[in-house]
Design a protein around this ligand. Structure first.
Ligand SMILES: Cc1cc2nc3c(=O)[nH]c(=O)nc-3n(C[C@H](O)[C@H](O)[C@H](O)COP(=O)(O)O)c2cc1C
Length: 193
């Protein structure tokens, strides 16, 4: 495998498209290779939450973006070498597809491949409140080796803007996927004296 870390990023149609954008910005700054796929529903949420310019930025930041329906894309095969996959944000629909290994669409297929190859899969699952089906799917993917990491705001770090908080959530997602986010991750160092 090349020395540059390689990451698959699945963007699904849960709220929080800005988190995906921040992850991609961080990956670019860290010189990681990124392979992305954006679900049809995510096209809507990106448009609604961020707009055209951000959609283009998401496309341009990726090393390679694959169409949501392109189940023949390299990331649909375990032989394509990557370090980890992050789904950010992860909708309950995509969570369920991953939990039950449906492999329907490229995002779910790439996640399934990540699990079968025993690579790190981090799901920034976003919904509230949660019903039993959501919780069951979270338990199921956890037992299969994924990490469910809901994008909850780290209030204890006292960020002053939503952008700072989003960046922190993005940096934390990279750390959870085994990628050192460097100085972009603010860490708790104990109570100030
Ligand atoms: C503005 C907006 C926000 C949404 N937020 C969520 C959410 O936070 N969590 C969720 O599970 N679905 C959310 N949805 C619904 C999903 O987009 C929908 O279930 C979709 O089928 C998910 O498909 P995907 O997993 O293939 O992206 C939202 C939809 C819209 C339009």
């Amino acid at each position: 495998m090349s020395r540059r870390k390689r990451l698959v990023i699945g963007i699904s149609g849960a709220s929080g498209a800005a988190i995906a954008l921040e992850i991609l910005r961080l990956c670019k700054a860290l010189r990681l290779d990124t392979f992305t796929t954006v679900s049809a529903a995510a096209e809507r949420t990106i448009q609604l939450e961020l707009g055209d310019v951000a959609r283009r930025e998401i496309h341009d930041l990726a090393t390679q973006e694959y169409a949501a329906s392109d189940v023949a894309a390299p990331i649909s095969s375990g032989s394509f070498q990557v370090n980890a996959m992050i789904v950010a944000p992860c909708s309950m629909r995509s969570l369920a597809a991953i939990a039950y290994g449906t492999g329907e669409g490229l995002l779910a297929r790439a996640a399934d491949v990540t699990l079968k190859e025993r690579r790190q899969l981090v799901l920034l699952a976003r919904e509230a409140p949660l019903h039993e089906g959501h919780l069951e799917a979270m338990l199921k993917v956890t037992r299969m080796g994924a990490i469910v990491a809901p994008p909850v705001p780290p209030f204890y770090l006292s960020h002053s803007t939503i952008e700072e908080m989003t960046r922190q959530i993005a940096a934390r997602a990279l750390a959870t996927a085994g990628i050192d986010p460097g100085d972009s991750l603010r860490r708790w160092t104990g109570e100030p004296a």
